[in-house]
Structure formats: C-alpha cells, structure tokens
Design a protein around this ligand. Structure first.
Ligand SMILES: Cc1cc2nc3c(=O)[nH]c(=O)nc-3n(C[C@H](O)[C@H](O)[C@H](O)COP(=O)(O)O)c2cc1C
Length: 337
C-alpha cells in the first residue's frame, strides 16, 4: 500500500507527523517514533522566553510576557527550558543527526527580529521546514484584532524573506473570520497551515484557591473544529494543510484526509498509548484503503471537502439550523429522569 504524501514540499512516506511536544526532546523516544512509522517530527518549540533567559533574570524582567511565561514554563521539560537557545539548537542538531525522517523546527517568538533571527538559526541547524507557532492569547482590552492580524502577517512575510526552507503556521481557531486569515496568509506565500493549535488554559483549584496549569491532553471531540475548517479550505488555497488536535486513530486520520488534509499531527494519542500507536494508525489506514480500493491518500483526499461534496448544505448554516431544530432528539439519547 502506498501511503506517501507531500507536505511543505517534503516527500513523506505516510501522512502521520509527530506534533511538537516534550516527547520529542528525547533522542531515544525520537528513534522509537521513527521506528514505529512516523513520517516526520516537529521538534519542541523554541520560545522567546528561552532566548532571553541568558540576558536577564526571567522572573523580574519578563513583564511583557508574564501570561505566556506561566504557561510556557508549565509546558517545559526542566532541563530544556533552562537550557537557553544555544543548547536548544545543539539538542535540535543532535535530533536531526539521529533521524532519517524530516525534522521540522518550531518557533514561538514575540519580537519581530527574534522571529527572523531564529528562523535563520533553525535553517542553519538543518531544519527541513519551520513551523511558526503563532500563539496569540490576547489580554489587552485596547488592542484591536486587526493589529494582531497585521503583526502575524508581518511575521510571516519577514520569515519567508529570511529563510529558504518551507514555512508553515500553526494557528488558533480564534479569529473573527479564520477563512480571511488563512487567505491573507496564503497570499504571503506561507507553505502550510497546521489547524489548530491547542491553547493551554489555566484552571482553578477550589481547595487552595489558586490557579494552576494542567497538562491537558486532547479529547476525541477536539478534532471536529479542524475537520470542518480543513473541509472548507481544501482546494481553495495554495498552501498545504496539516490537521492537528484530537487525532487518535486511523479513522481520525482518514477523516482529516477525506476533508482535505495533506498530513496530520498527533501528540495526545502517543502520550496515551505510546509510540506503537503510530504503527496501529498506519495499519488501520491501510486496511481501510484496501477495503475501499484506494491505492494512495491522493485518491481520496478532499472527497468530503466543501468543494467536492454532493450535499450542498453540508458546510452551510442550514445544517447548523437543522441540527438545532432536531435538538429534542437529545432527550431520546439522554432521557431526563
Ligand atoms: C506536553 C505538551 C507539550 C507541548 N508543547 C508544544 C510546543 O512546544 N509547541 C507547540 O506548537 N505545541 C505544543 N504542544 C501542542 C501539541 O503540539 C498539539 O498541538 C496538541 O497537543 C494537540 O494535538 P493532539 O490532540 O494530538 O494532542 C504541546 C502539547 C503537549 C501535551
């Protein structure tokens, strides 16, 4: 069975990519993931906070990043977070050397110059592509959405001018009109969209009355939002599409390709089931393809996108209205006592 796919100009042996996480900072784990069949790896993001770690005392002078900071530190394996950018790049190069599959770097900066400077450093370190982790979590009442958008467009334009490797953007779904955002980014020649990022939201412990930042793995329903947006944009934009969030099984990966994805990223399923889950996903995809007489993912990619679907209402408001009108059906499933 041919599971080959093209993503960001890279020839991947199959559509399964390991998304950025703490798993991928360990060389033994990286090798296990490769052996299990992963087609590419996105390395852990390098954050602006790490870059400035060497320059000033983090706690006192990171006021511009305070909200991000709490989230980022809670997401970092200790050694790496404290490592600083040079050591991080060294770990990245070691990972690149250890792998035969493509290694995609991930960057999450704040300042315009940092985006460009570190994009170049990752290119020099041998990254096969670069994922811009555009993690915007606004907390300023005065800042208009347009200003955030313009900044993101500028970042893409700057990085695209700075490096020659392919550049993707990992986005949150929280734009007034995500389709406008994707379209404008597409005009800036971004090479791929990773839909969507998962924002790490704080929780409150009612016993201690303190905030905390739990490690939240995804649930299966998290895949619905990317599934819908991928179906909406397939065939409309130049950039490739990579699905991310809530992909646990072969069926989940197949759904994303039917909607129009070139590739999918997985993280939570590896945390839950181990690297061998990649082998299982690939086997299940092969069985499904054989049963449906598809020879390659190209044969069914986008078949259920807005562009190709027979039912003209599937992606429209009418469908939403229809579901809500039928909402009494929920009582049949969950009868009230
Ligand atoms: C422990 C952990 C660390 C993560 N670190 C990063 C990161 O550094 N950069 C990034 O873009 N996403 C990071 N993510 C988010 C994942 O790449 C992914 O987008 C998210 O988990 C949704 O995919 P999933 O449903 O397959 O888990 C992290 C996720 C987890 C669970």
């Amino acid at each position: 069975m041919n599971l080959k796919t093209k993503y960001l100009g890279l020839e991947l042996k199959n559509p399964i990519i390991i998304g950025a996480s703490n798993l991928v900072t360990d060389i033994d784990m990286l090798k296990k993931l490769e052996e299990a069949g992963a087609a590419a790896i996105v390395y852990k993001s390098l954050f602006e906070e790490q870059i400035h770690l060497e320059n000033f005392m983090l706690e006192e002078e990171m006021t511009g990043y305070d909200e991000r900071h709490a989230e980022m530190t809670s997401l970092f394996p200790k050694g790496i977070y404290e490592a600083g950018p040079e050591e991080f790049l060294m770990h990245f190069k070691e990972a690149k050397k250890a792998l035969n599959i493509p290694l995609i770097a991930s960057l999450n900066a704040v300042q315009f110059d940092t985006w460009n400077e570190y994009a170049k450093k990752f290119e020099d370190a041998g990254a096969d592509a670069l994922e811009l982790n555009l993690y915007s979590n606004p907390k300023d009442f005065e800042l208009e959405g347009r200003a955030i958008l313009n900044e993101e467009f500028d970042i893409i334009e700057g990085v695209k001018k700075t490096v020659n490797i392919p550049v993707s953007v990992k986005l949150s779904p929280f734009y007034t009109n995500p389709l406008y955002t994707f379209n404008e980014m597409d005009k800036k020649s971004v090479d791929g969209f990773v839909l969507f990022n998962k924002l790490f939201q704080p929780d409150i412990n009612v016993h201690t009355q303190e905030m905390f930042f739990p490690y939240n793995l995804s649930s299966e329903f998290d895949s619905r939002l990317p599934l819908r947006y991928i179906g909406l944009i397939y065939g409309e934009l130049k950039a490739d599409i990579c699905a991310s969030r809530g992909i646990f099984t072969g069926d989940d990966a197949i759904k994303m390709i039917l909607a129009g994805a070139n590739a999918v990223q997985v993280v939570s399923t590896v945390y839950k089931h181990g690297p061998e889950q990649i082998t299982k996903i690939l086997e299940d995809m092969e069985i499904w393809m054989a049963n449906n007489e598809y020879k390659s993912p190209d044969d069914f990619r986008g078949n259920l996108s807005r562009k190709n679907i027979d039912d003209p209402f599937a992606y429209r408001r009418a469908q939403y209205v229809d579901i809500l009108m039928k909402s009494n059906e929920i009582f049949k499933k969950y009868p009230m006592k």
